[in-house]
Write a protein that binds this ligand. Sequence first.
Ligand SMILES: [Zn+2]
Length: 322
Amino acid sequence: MLTRVHDTLYALQVPIPYPMRFVTVLIDTARPVTLVDAALDTPEAREAIEDALRELGLHWERVERVIVTHHHPDHYGLAGLVEERSGATVHMLDLDIARGERYWHMWEKWLPGHQKHLTDHGLPQDLLAELEAESRRSRARVHPASRLHPLKEHDRVRLAGHDFEVLWLPGHADGHLGLWQPELSLLIAGDAVLPRISPNVGLYAYSRPDPLGDYLGTLARIETLAPARTVVGHYGPVIDNAATRARELIAHHEERLDFCREELRREPRHAYDLSNAMFRRELSPSGRRFALAETLAHVEYLRARGELTREWSGGAWMYGTI
Ligand SMILES: [Zn+2]
């Protein structure tokens, strides 16, 4: 399932055991041979990438560079394996390197702060054990790189004979990067904009304080760029209406903000309680954690703009209107 994006740049749909089913991995066969994103470390993903490389007359050892759009497991999973097999350099936006290293290399230290953050916002203690087990499973499917090379916003990256500008597109991850080629009007967006689903924007223990504010800025930027074609992390690999999709996602978050205002006007509640009202369907423990983090991003957005207060009461933060 290789799609030619431009010249020597190909997009591959790699299977992942998540509801999205596939993640996009880009392969540029021009020197330096580059992967953009590295899927998850599962036998199925390894095989899919190996087959694609073979089809393009390449193999792991020929890969010279891996650029990771953000540190989440389904985009970073095989980066360390490629580095080991070929000596490829692995690149991430400077801001996401700290996130990635804390998460993938200091996981045991990272965990208590992460759990406290969730329970401080009302997550029931009895969900913690299941969440920890799920976290351990996803940790096991990531082969972290031994060294990460920082990219900075406005750096240039050569792909398929063109200079791409590194963009900082925060929201879904603090240090999420995009690659923009103005002459081709081509954006490599990772999960910064997705068709069909709204990328998770969550406030976590160690994230920037206002991820939804960051994300609305990112969507406005994508709307202004109005790329002719956009490579997306899931449900792609290429879409042609990213500006329209960005507008839809802005409207979706505005609706959710209104929902928070209305619910909290009725009575103060903690974010977990509110997340159960916002996401009514049955969810797995990790789904409930995503829902809580997403709800928190919305209430903290409103609190930062003076619309809500929060108060420590009964062992959790209670949000209310002013
Ligand atoms: Zn993803």
